[in-house]
Design a protein around this ligand. Sequence first.
Ligand code: NOJ
Ligand code: CA
Length: 701
Amino acid sequence: MKNIAQVFLASCLALPAWSQSLHSPANKLALRFSLSPAGEPTYQLSFGSRTVLKPSRLGVLVQDQAGFAQGLTVVRMDSAQHDETWQPVWGEVKSIRNRYKELLVTLQQPGPEQRQVQVRFRLYDDGLGFRYEWPRQPNLQYFTVMGERTEFNLPADHKAFWIPGDYDSNEYAYTTSRLSQVNSGGITPIQLKSDPKRVQTPLMLKSDDGLYVNIHEAALVNYPAMMLDVSPRGFGLTAHLVPAATGAAAYLQAPEHTPWRTIVVSDKAPEVLASKLILNLNEPTKLTDTGWIKPQKFVGVWWEMHVNRSSWNYSDASNLKLADTDWQALKPNGHHGANTQNVKRYIDFAARHGIGGVLVEGWNVGWEDWAGNWKEEVFDFVTPYPDFSVPELQQYAQQKGVRLIMHHETSGSVTNYERRQDRALTFMQEHGYDAVKTGYVGRIIPRGEHHDGQWMVNHYNRTAANMAQRRIMVDMHESVRPTGLHRTYPNWLASEAARGNEFNAWSEGNAPEHETILPFTRLMGGPMDYTPGIFQIKLESWNPARNQGKQVHTTLAKQLALYVTLYSPLQMAADLPEAYEKHPDAFQFIKDVAVDWDDTRILAAEPGDYLVTARQAKGKNEWYLGAITDENARQQTVKLDFLPAGQKYQATIYADGKGASWDKNPQAYQIRKQTVDSKSTLKLQLAPGGGAAVSFKPVNR
Ligand code: NOJ
Ligand code: CA
């Protein structure tokens, strides 16, 4: 690194007190750091001649000490550049280029203690990352962060895709409004009512002149999640940190640093989706042997509970105590889903169709009163219900070449889970499980902590690390939203942390535009276990009494397209086997589609409207394409120039049928085959709430 402070000492005598610019490697973005005469650090960002962020303050507030926000002086400035290419263990592309220019500003508080903070900026051609760092120093050891001054001052009243700033849930429908119109006052909270002007990240913004700006964070470690407060006047955003039970934000010990604050910028929507900035800002994995980590598809004893065909609980008793209950003696309710026979049916189905995993929820005791009680001892994660035979199923699955996927619902009682986790993981290893879905429904214990606070962030990360040591893959539900940590923990295949398909089963559901927004918001941080693949769109037929009017808000063909448009190395075929058995021709796409990729091309995209994505299967000359639309019918004309030239492919097109629509005729689809090459063009007709899925397999000559 080169110290450029001296140069500026000589040249910057006028106001502002300090100022330094940095250009991205190919000059697309320009950053300017300044220190005001009052010692307040600010930064601003531009994209060509357009302003991305106006001067925006930086700073961190600390308990019982002068903060790191004003009265600061510049000690030094260092610059560096970096260009490297790396290979993810799994992902959307085979290799990723990490190329940026860096500016490290060292700032010092006034006074004899000379406490220092550094701001490290990494400027890419597709965005900016910056974080605060506290180097090892004599007069700063333990300290308590109370909040940040960090601002993102937008130049105009952009269109925003936002969800309320609930500290405990991301499971909201997105609202699209002008920034100035953000107001979650009328939205029913999922967990906690938040300030009506507070929103969560990833926050997707679009300016009137077509600039796309995405604000989020990368590498959320030992720190609370960042939310954003929209200023009452103007279009400024201020970082808000999810508080701990004590009211503070984060307890730190130098040397330490915050997560990266990220701003992805482009004038083309597909480039936002293609950005690898967040992954690049995460630490490489320390795992040397990753051969056991397997992207995969799975089915599960799951949707049948959500559509009221069976139950998680074994009996209808309630108010049971984990330790005092004789689970063997409980009277069964007669519709417990996770019974040995039923699980075998799913294993058979998975084996028949080459699907690797079978998730079973409701296998272990405690579901009689698991939710809403905020009690500490609900599950022990090792005791099966009397009708679920662990050894028998272990053997059965093994014979059939299928792996059972474990389920650890904690019901938010994380102290209980932490005490029992080691034993639970040993139990898994003893019984042939190599993957687990965890869940954090309800309020967190320790009481007063939040899903998105520092304490829980540390829990999720520790859990991913523990599991990596045991060679266990994990899928977390109700965790904090991802920030690219799957680079560091490649066994952390997916998280939910958003409003999944399941909402269609028991709420007013997800609007047809939902899946066109998710890639621009929640998925910016990492893969989502959305659980696509619902074929029986109208849910009444599963349980007429309880599912009246309930339905998935897409067509069947769009459910297929989601396997491509919603990236995840872990994809559920979420419907019941009997639903798939009625449509074996459409199910073929789910059987074929890959879950790991050598290449990805975002062919067309607009948040809230549509998305067309093509991907090349890992290590194979096969491509898959997904096209989806919101509530509007659309035609997508797709050039197949992503296919290698000179090779013919058989395209199998799974499209919406004549007269299809998500509400009136969701199951109408048609499948046609066509020989194509890189010069061909496909015309895809998407129904309202519809989509199309295409597989391309080489034609053997
Ligand atoms: C919510 C999860 O998202 C869902 O997948 C699961 O079935 C239930 N909790 C029960 O754990
Ligand atoms: Ca729309």
